[in-house]
Design a protein around this ligand. Sequence first.
Ligand code: NI
Length: 234
Amino acid sequence: MRRVFALLLCAAVCAALALRREAAVPAQGPAEMTQVYAALTFDDGPHRSTTDRLLDGLRERGARATFFLVGEEIGANRDLVRRMEDEGHQVGNHTWGHRRLNDLTADEAAQEIGKTDALLTEILGPGSYWLRPPYGFLPKDGERLVSVPMVKWSVDPRDWESRDKDKVVQAVEEAIQPNSIVLLHDLYPSSVDAALELVDRLSAKGYRFVTVEELLRQNGVTPQAGTLYRSGNG
Ligand code: NI
């Protein structure tokens, strides 16, 4: 009888210890997931209705993005530009008329960049409005001409071509890596839908979306005027 009691006692102690050990192992959840960072960038806006909806969706999800604006589109959408800045997004310059800067003289290219920079300064105050050259073509003598950092991309789902939400989501999911800079256009409802779905799906995999400037700084990169950046680590 004593032996049985001893065995029972042992079983009870072992069970209690096992329970304690289990309790000490934290449940795997989002808090324990390794966080990685990437930047969503939106070109060619602002555009009434699609940009509004994108800003609403990003705010709901706590995600930040970078917007490269075309000067011609800004005039009627000043409220959207202010909202971008108020909500923590980075505002950049995509030239005045979306022309290929490599086809222009240095004076013409400087004007294309300078007019948009002046309008952004008028709306938001003095700042460094980084440049994304249309089509990724740099102006001749770009390093001397451009007084801000320049941004290209490392993931291009060609959203303007397919205008298909599912194709855009799939293309980005296949190509994205930590520190990617993703090129999208907030003119298309399909691109806005894709962007918000991507934030949801990739957040569940540990991605956090930040501005291009934040992405570079997180990698210890000090952005330089006239230098072109393609991803968060250079
Ligand atoms: Ni563009």
